[in-house]
Design a protein around this ligand. Structure first.
Ligand code: PEP
Length: 251
């Protein structure tokens, strides 16, 4: 059966020292409970090795927030999937809307990144979601379908099964405006339907689909109670151990 996952996305926040303290705090709090989900910390690249060293990997895993679309070589400033893997990270967040919007990441580029992540035994947390104008124009299902189809549907069923999807309506990210529980469930069920059509029910039933977009200690329980919402990708509320823990315990 599919796994519940709560993943934090620290984005470009926390110095190395602050990040280590936050990771220690989260790890201690997670170890004091019996979480009903896998916990993932999506840290900046420079934090990964240190964070890996202070968390209990069976409960708290570490994700990079990106990786390069090239194997290796003369790409100044880039970090390859192989390099990410060598730090001890188990996951990589790919296709976050901020990467798509500010760094020109297209579905075609994300297809390359996904292939490289999987080839290096990293599990992609693959983000999809529509912007406000697309929802208002009622094209949100088509947008999400294209994002998944163009970046992921070339994968074998075996490889697709390693993907974690994160539905993040862009209008809800960092805005304090959350998708309603019904809107989240509706899209998650739609996504699972797409996967069923392409790979069959067994693969679809085993894929974790996370919700992201202003998820917080107040709304997490209602969102996670939906049958097709298997946890969350958490931005702002992952920067405080107390808030993050409240979300982890929302199952
Ligand atoms: C995110 O960046 O993935 C995110 C969901 O951010 P926030 O929780 O702050 O909306």
């Amino acid at each position: 059966m599919r796994q519940n996952i709560v993943a934090g996305n620290w984005k470009m926040n926390k110095t190395l020292q602050e990040g280590i303290e936050l990771a220690k705090d989260v790890n201690q709090r997670v170890n004091a409970i019996t979480p009903k989900c896998k916990v993932v910390l999506g840290t900046p690249f420079i934090h990964i090795t240190e964070v890996v060293n202070v968390v209990d990997g069976d409960k708290v895993a570490v994700a990079a927030q990106n990786c390069a679309d090239k194997v290796s070589g003369a790409y100044t400033g880039e970090v390859s999937a192989e390099m990410v893997k060598s730090t001890g990270a188990a996951y990589v967040i790919l296709g976050h809307s901020e990467r798509r919007a500010y760094y020109g990441e297209t579905n075609a580029i994300l297809k390359e990144k996904t292939d490289l992540a999987l080839a290096n035994n990293l599990r992609p947390i693959f983000c999809i979601g529509e912007v406000l104008s697309e929802r208002e124009a009622n094209t949100h299902f088509d947008v999400v379908k294209s994002q998944i189809k163009e970046a992921l549907f070339h994968l074998s069923a075996d490889d697709f099964g390693k993907i974690v999807l994160a539905y993040e309506p862009v209008w809800a990210i960092g805005t304090g405006k959350t998708a309603s529980s019904d809107q989240a469930q509706e899209m998650h069920a739609f996504i699972r339907g797409l996967i069923t059509d392409k790979y069959g029910k067994e693969v679809a039933d085993n894929i974790s689909i996370l919700y992201g977009g202003s998820c917080n200690p107040k709304n997490a329980q209602e969102l996670f109670a939906n049958p097709d919402v298997d946890g969350g990708l958490i931005g702002g509320a992952s920067l405080k151990a107390e808030d993050f823990l409240a979300i982890i315990t929302a199952f």
